[in-house]
Design a protein around this ligand. Structure first.
Ligand code: PEP
Ligand code: MN
Length: 376
């Protein structure tokens, strides 16, 4: 059960003391105060976990300080939206706002290789007015003989170069708790020239201990990738592990699902689930066309399948795009075959802007229709 508090009720309000006294009548309840960054104001909620069947909804709803009481039917109670009229929420990290409204492009190599290529990538992004990137330092590879990433060794120069080119957030996959510590230390040693969004890869989508570890810290937001063979319900429950540990700064990423039906693509793009995740949760939604498609094949009109997949996500309201690029894809140590060149990235950014404009126009068609209905 979720109790949404009125705007003026904070931790020390007498209304809250009274509420706590009342809740003491129901043994076994775990009571948690949750604060979220709302569009117009901070949203404060009390989450009641455990045996809530005896807790009278009407009594709580009538108590001073309570705006609304929501009975939660889904297991993913913290990330869930539960009610479509919920106040939109999001979070700001290192000056960048993430919510269900905006759109950010995180572009960069699959894996960090040389300082020269990383610098060139950041320079290209800065030229395009982009301050968000992706960089894999720890790489989960299908074969143990493939490049596994430079690990902690590359972090000092990656972070320093990011700062030099005004990169605010880097999405970086972590495979174990130790990697979070290494990133924390490297950022501290470098004087926080940039920020990191901890990425949970599809292979770790149900690694509950890792999910708890990224949930148990509040410094970094988390990019959670849907499990390649998991249903939406299973992935949302796994993602809830992060929030249940306290960290609600999460972006949910769709990256295609494994299916023989996906051929010739690497995965079957599931970007029609963007509005589904918007509807079911309060999380911003990311799409990863690079790993969904897995090649730079083009339609006869010249548009790459990666562009078309990204456009599908954006036209459906995606809030973030993870896309692989490299100054010289043929020399990349990982996923060069699906990495855009700087020139292609420039076109991609333009193409995304077209799709975004179309999305905004689509939204207007709908809101104007709604307005007419309300007036009549
Ligand atoms: C990645 O983004 O670098 C990656 C490995 O993706 P995924 O976990 O979706 O395969
Ligand atoms: Mn990759």
């Amino acid at each position: 059960m979720i109790l949404i508090l009125k705007a003026d009720v904070d931790k020390d309000s007498p209304e809250l003391t009274r509420l706590h006294e009342f809740l003491e009548n129901f043994p076994g309840l775990n009571i948690r105060m949750v604060e979220l960054e709302g569009e117009t104001r901070a949203v404060r909620e009390i989450h009641l976990i455990g045996p809530t069947h005896n807790v009278p909804e009407e009594v709580l709803a009538a108590m001073p300080g309570i705006e609304r009481v929501v009975r939660v039917s889904t297991k993913y109670r913290q990330i869930g939206r539960h009610d479509v009229s919920f106040v939109p929420v999001g979070f700001t990290y290192n000056g960048v706002k993430f919510d269900q409204e905006g759109l950010h492009i995180f572009a960069g190599p699959c894996a960090v290789d040389t300082p020269e290529y990383v610098e060139e990538t950041f320079k290209v992004l800065k030229g395009l007015g982009i301050s968000t990137s992706r960089m894999g330092a720890y790489k989960p590879r299908t074969s143990p003989y493939d490049f596994q990433g430079h690990g902690a060794a590359c972090l000092p120069w990656v972070f320093e170069l990011a700062g030099k080119y005004d990169i605010k957030v880097i999405a970086m996959e972590v495979l174990k708790e130790r990697h979070i510590e290494e990133i924390t230390k490297a950022l501290e040693d470098a004087g926080h020239p940039t920020g990191v969004m901890l990425q949970i890869g599809t292979r770790n989508a149900q690694n509950f201990e890792l999910l708890k570890a990224v949930g148990n810290q509040s410094e970094f937001p988390v990019l959670y990738k849907r499990g390649m063979g998991l249903t939406i319900e299973e992935s949302l429950n796994a993602c809830e592990y992060i929030a249940s540990e306290g960290n609600r700064n999460i972006v949910f990423c769709l990256r295609g699902v494994k299916s023989q039906m996906s051929a010739p693509h690497r995965n079957l793009a599931d970007f029609i689930h963007v509005p589904v995740i918007h509807r079911l949760t309060r999380l911003p939604v990311c799409v990863d066309p690079s790993h969904a498609i897995g090649s730079k094949d083009r339609a006869p009109n010249g548009l790459m399948d990666i562009f078309n997949a990204a456009a599908q996500g954006v036209i459906a309201g995606a809030n973030m795009i993870l896309v692989e690029c490299h100054p010289e894809p043929e020399k990349a140590l990982c996923d060069g075959h699906q990495s855009l060149t700087p020139k292609e990235l420039e076109m991609f950014v333009e193409d995304v802007a077209v799709a975004r404009e179309a999305f905004e126009k689509r939204q207007n068609v709908y809101s104007q229709e709604m307005m007419k209905e309300m007036i009549s």
